[in-house]
Design a protein around this ligand. Structure first.
Ligand code: NAD
Length: 377
């Protein structure tokens, strides 16, 4: 039996809650990491292979991401065990039960992540109300549809290029995971002059050195098909996306896709982390030693949560895009300046920056990582 206190350190987690309801086959874990800055926001991930450990690491990433983005929110996360493509009625039952069971956990605000979407958030709203990432019809800003995270990634990339020796014009981009984050990143980077040469989803990949037609790929995905159905390129195994030589490599799928055993295969000059925890810390160190600049996940992919936090406060799309651009540009610059000045890894620079902001908030509290004030959340 795993010792859940093995995750505990000076920042959290404040709570790990196991949620179980056999009548609807609900098995889930909520990790509320640190709520010194405010109620936690972090998405609900549904997948068959999730774990408490993954949930904790994702919750911690949200603590850092929300602090780095200057949001009045702490970090939390939920993992739900199950196939996200299950029958929709079954999925609705599971998520309604989850929401209902956690209705009093006010230090967590529900949000979407892999395997859950705006419709899922609408069901949750119907049960608890404390949710972001809603459909437009009920006051949401559809962050995946507008490409909030991809917009932020494109600005992080732009700033990172000041620390690289190549230009965005004609830069060859490879994207692993052509979902909400991946496809919007491809579109926004194309607007800046980059060329998508390879893309992969869970079924495989496609490559064309002269560039892929991003609109055609997006259309295939919107039809529920795969990038492997694209006919204008060479087919790849999904793992082979790691070997494609490029200037900018964007992981936008699962955690830990680059690790000690395959990091040597990565042939890029800049890595911008769209997914959460896509590269192990040791692999990031190896990349740094090889002169490959790597923009950490919680700095680069904060666009989605900035959008979500602003939705919670009732903002509109234009204000959201502007805030993401400003925050992402400023934070990427701060992290990379600190990296350069202190001679440290970009992740360490980012963790230092975020930790300082969390610790400052903790210093205001009677209990360090949460507040007991009525109405605080
Ligand atoms: P999504 O479900 O829309 O897309 C994920 C894509 O990855 C799909 O196309 C899927 O086929 C593909 N994929 C899965 N396994 C793969 C594999 N082994 N190889 C290649 N492709 C694979 O999810 P999303 O919302 O785009 O999120 C992607 C990642 O970005 C996740 O790690 C998520 O936590 C992170 N993230 C998302 C947001 C957001 O705004 N949606 C914000 C921050 C971080």
């Amino acid at each position: 039996m795993e010792d859940i206190f093995s995750y505990a350190d000076e920042l959290g987690p404040a709570k790990i809650i196991h949620v179980y309801e056999p009548s609807v086959n609900l098995k889930a874990v909520l990790v509320v990491d640190n709520v010194a800055r405010g109620p936690s926001i972090g998405g609900i991930r549904m997948a068959e292979d999730v774990s408490t450990g993954e949930c904790f690491r994702l919750a911690r990433a949200m603590t850092f991401k929300n602090a780095a983005a200057g949001l009045p929110h702490g970090g939390g996360k939920i993992v739900v065990y199950g196939d996200p493509k299950m029958d929709k009625d079954q999925k609705q039952k599971i998520l309604r039960a989850l929401a209902s069971s956690l209705r009093n956990e006010e230090d967590y605000i529900f949000a979407p992540d892999m395997g859950t979407d705006e419709e899922c958030m609408a069901w949750i709203r119907d049960e608890v109300g404390r949710v972001v990432g809603l459909p437009r019809e009920v006051g949401g800003i559809p962050l995946d549809e507008i490409g909030a995270t991809g917009w932020g990634l494109s600005h992080a990339t732009d700033v990172a290029l000041k620390f690289c020796d190549f230009d965005i014009q004609g830069a060859r981009v490879v994207i692993q995971g052509f979902g909400a984050v991946g496809k919007n990143t491809a579109l926004f980077l194309r607007d800046k002059g980059a060329v998508l040469v390879a893309a992969a989803d869970s079924r495989g990949g496609v490559y064309n050195a002269d560039g892929l037609d991003i609109d055609a790929l997006v259309e295939l995905k919107d039809q529920g098909r795969s990038v492997t159905d694209y006919t204008g390129g060479q087919a790849l195994d999904s793992d082979a996306i790691i070997d494609i030589a490029c200037d900018i490599w964007v992981p936008a799928a699962r955690p830990d896709v680059i690790h000690a055993d395959n990091v040597g295969r990565l042939n890029a000059r800049l890595v911008v982390e769209g997914a959460n925890i896509p590269i192990t810390h040791s692999a990031e160190k190896t990349l740094h030693e090889r002169g490959i600049l790597c923009i950490p996940d919680f700095i680069a992919n904060a666009g989605g949560v900035i959008c979500a936090a602003m939705e919670y406060k009732g903002s509109g799309k234009t204000a959201v895009f502007q805030a993401i651009e400003e925050k992402l540009r400023r934070n990427t610059q701060m992290v990379l300046d600190r990296m350069k000045n202190e001679g440290i890894l970009p992740r360490l620079a980012a963790v230092e920056l975020a930790t300082e902001r969390v610790q400052k908030a903790m210093s205001f509290r009677r209990f360090s990582i949460f507040s007991s004030a009525p109405g605080f959340v």
